[in-house]
Design a protein. Structure first.
Length: 469
C-alpha cells in the first residue's frame, strides 16, 4: 500500500511482517506492526480477518481490537473443512495471519478494519489458498526482476432486495449503455461507493451505466497485481454492503438474466521492471506500441487461455455468458474464441493503447486472486517459451468469425473447462498438484450438484448458487 496516497481511511504501515519459507515451513516470522495501537489511533473497534476460498467466497472472523495483536501474531482460527478449500473435519485448525499492508478502514463503517490474510496449517502455508497461489506466481515473475501491473473492470447488477429482478423498473431501454438518466437515478449509491474509493486512495476515474438494464461499472487505477486482487475482493464486499444499505442487492454473477448482457471482469495487463519502474510492454517503434515481451505474454494467452477458463469462468452460469446469442442491446460483449486484435472489443484480447492489453475472457464470478494468478501463469509460459501469438485479426468477430481460420474456441460448459484445466501441461507446471487436484475435485462436486437439478429449474439453481458472486 503506497504511503503517497494516505488518507483518513488508509492505515500507515511503517514496518511489515517478514516471513521466510523453506519447503512450505515457516523459518522465522517477525511481527513489528502494532495493530492495537493503530486501532486506538483510528478508533477501530473491530477487525475483519479475512481470506478467500477456492470458490471466491470471502470468509472472516470478527476480532475485537483488544485481541488483534495476538491474532496478528498467531492467526485467527478456522475449521478449514467448513470452507471450499478441500479439507477434512479431522484436519488441524487453519490459521489466517493478516497482512498489515492490506488494512483498510471501512469508509461506510469506520469502526471496523478489514485485513486480507494468508492461511497456515500445522506451521505450513496452505498451498491451495488463492492469495497464496497468486503470491507463488508473483514470486516466479519477481525472479526475472519483473512485476505485473493490472487493473480490473468490475461489472455488476443492482437488483431488488430479494435478487429476483433489476432494482429500477424504469430501466427498460434497448440500448441502456451510458444512459445518463438511469445512471443518475442511482447517484446516491454510486456516489457513496466512489467517494469510498477516493478516501481509500484508489484513484477512481469513471462510473457508468453498462450495456444491460440494471448494470453498472466503476473503474479505479491499476496497481501491482496483488494490490489489485486485494482491492478487487474488497470492492465486491463494499459494493454489496453499500447496496444493502440502500435497500438493493448487488450481484457480480456472470449471467443473471438470459436476455441481458452478462457481467464481465476485463483485466488490463502490463509488466514492469521492478527496480527501474519501467513499462516493459511499451515499444513506440511497434505499430501497436507493444514490445516483444508483451507479444510473448499474449502468445501464452493464445496457447492456453482455453485451459484456464475453469479459473476465469468458474461457475456453471459462466457458460451462459460465453458465446451467448445476442442480447436485447445487440451484442454479448463476451468472447467465444481465442483471438487478439487492436482496439476492437469483439476479440478475447485487445490492444487499446501502447504498453498494455485488455483480456476480456473473465466474468464477474472469477476469484480475484485466481484471475490474476491465471493471467500471470499464462504470461510466464509465454515469456519463458518465447510464444508467438500469431497474426492479429482485425475483423468483427461477431459478424465475420467465419473468416477466422483454425482459431481455438473457448469451452462452452464448465465440465469441458475442468477437463482442459486438469489435463493442461501449462496448468500442471504453473500450479502444484495439490492446487490442481483440490480445485478440480471441488468443481466436479459442483457439477454433480447441478446435474441433480430438473432441467426446468437449472437456471434458477445457477442464479441461487451464483447470485452472490
Amino acid at each position: 500500500m503506497s504511503t503517497s496516497s494516505l488518507s483518513k481511511f488508509i492505515i500507515p504501515v511503517d514496518k511489515l511482517s517478514i516471513v521466510f519459507f523453506n519447503s512450505g515451513s515457516i523459518i522465522i516470522a517477525i511481527m513489528t506492526v502494532n495493530l492495537a495501537k493503530i486501532a486506538s489511533q483510528k478508533k477501530i473497534k473491530y477487525f475483519l480477518i479475512s481470506f478467500v476460498d477456492l470458490f471466491g467466497v470471502l470468509r472472516a472472523k470478527l476480532v475485537p481490537a483488544q485481541a488483534i495483536n495476538e491474532m496478528a501474531k498467531n492467526g485467527a482460527g478456522f475449521g478449514g473443512f467448513a470452507t471450499y478449500l478441500d479439507m477434512s473435519p479431522a484436519d488441524s485448525d487453519m490459521l489466517a495471519i493478516p497482512d498489515p499492508a492490506s488494512l483498510i478502514q471501512l469508509p461506510w463503517q469506520p469502526e471496523i478494519g478489514w485485513l486480507a490474510s494468508d492461511c497456515y496449517m500445522d506451521g505450513k502455508i496452505v498451498e491451495q489458498a488463492p492469495r497464496v497461489i497468486l503470491k507463488r506466481q508473483i514470486d516466479k515473475l519477481a525472479e526475472k526482476n519483473m512485476v505485473m501491473q493490472s487493473g480490473v473492470e468490475c461489472e455488476f447488477f443492482l437488483l431488488n432486495e430479494d435478487g429476483t429482478e433489476i432494482s429500477d423498473a424504469r430501466d427498460v431501454a434497448a440500448k441502456p449503455c451510458y444512459d445518463q438518466s438511469m445512471l443518475m437515478r442511482r447517484y446516491d449509491l454510486i456516489k457513496e461507493i466512489c467517494d469510498s474509493m477516493i478516501k481509500l486512495g484508489w484513484k477512481p476515474y469513471q462510473n457508468d451505466h453498462e450495456d444491460a438494464n440494471g448494470q453498472f461499472e466503476m473503474n479505479w487505477n491499476y496497481s501491482d497485481c496483488l494490490t489489485t486482487a486485494d482491492r478487487h475482493v474488497f470492492f465486491k464486499f463494499m459494493v454489496k454492503s453499500i447496496a444493502e444499505k440502500h435497500g438493493f442487492r448487488a450481484s457480480f454473477m456472470a449471467k443473471p438474466f438470459p436476455n441481458l448482457t452478462g457481467n464481465g471482469c476485463h483485466a488490463h495487463v502490463s509488466v514492469w521492471d521492478k527496480k527501474k519502474k519501467k513499462n516493459l510492454f511499451e515499444d513506440t517503434d511497434d505499430e501497436m506500441g507493444l514490445s516483444k515481451l508483451g507479444y510473448s505474454f499474449i502468445g501464452g494467452l493464445m496457447k492456453s487461455a482455453d485451459c484456464f477458463s475453469a479459473l476465469f469462468n468458474p461457475s456453471v452460469n459462466s457458460y451462459s455468458r460465453i458465446g451467448a446469442s445476442n442480447t436485447i442491446s445487440g451484442a454479448t460483449w463476451s468472447p467465444s474464441t481465442v483471438t487478439y486484435t487492436g482496439n476492437n472489443r469483439t476479440h478475447m484480447v485487445r490492444i487499446p493503447d501502447t504498453g498494455r492489453f485488455e483480456v476480456r475472457h473473465a466474468d464477474g464470478c472469477a476469484n480475484p486472486y485466481l484471475l490474476q494468478a491465471g493471467l500471470l501463469a499464462l504470461g510466464l509460459d509465454g515469456i519463458n517459451n518465447n510464444r508467438k501469438p500469431g497474426k492479429r485479426l482485425d475483423i468483427n468477430m461477431y459478424t465475420e468469425s467465419h473468416k477466422a481460420k483454425r482459431v481455438k474456441k473457448l469451452p462452452t460448459d464448465l465440465e469441458s473447462a475442468i477437463k482442459l484445466f486438469q489435463n493442461s501441461d501449462v496448468v500442471k507446471k504453473a500450479f502444484s498438484s495439490k492446487v490442481v487436484s483440490n480445485y478440480v475435485k471441488l468443481k466436479k462436486r459442483e457439477l454433480k450438484e447441478f446435474s441433480k437439478q430438473p432441467e426446468i429449474h437449472s437456471y434458477d439453481w445457477q442464479r441461487n448458487n451464483a447470485i452472490d458472486c
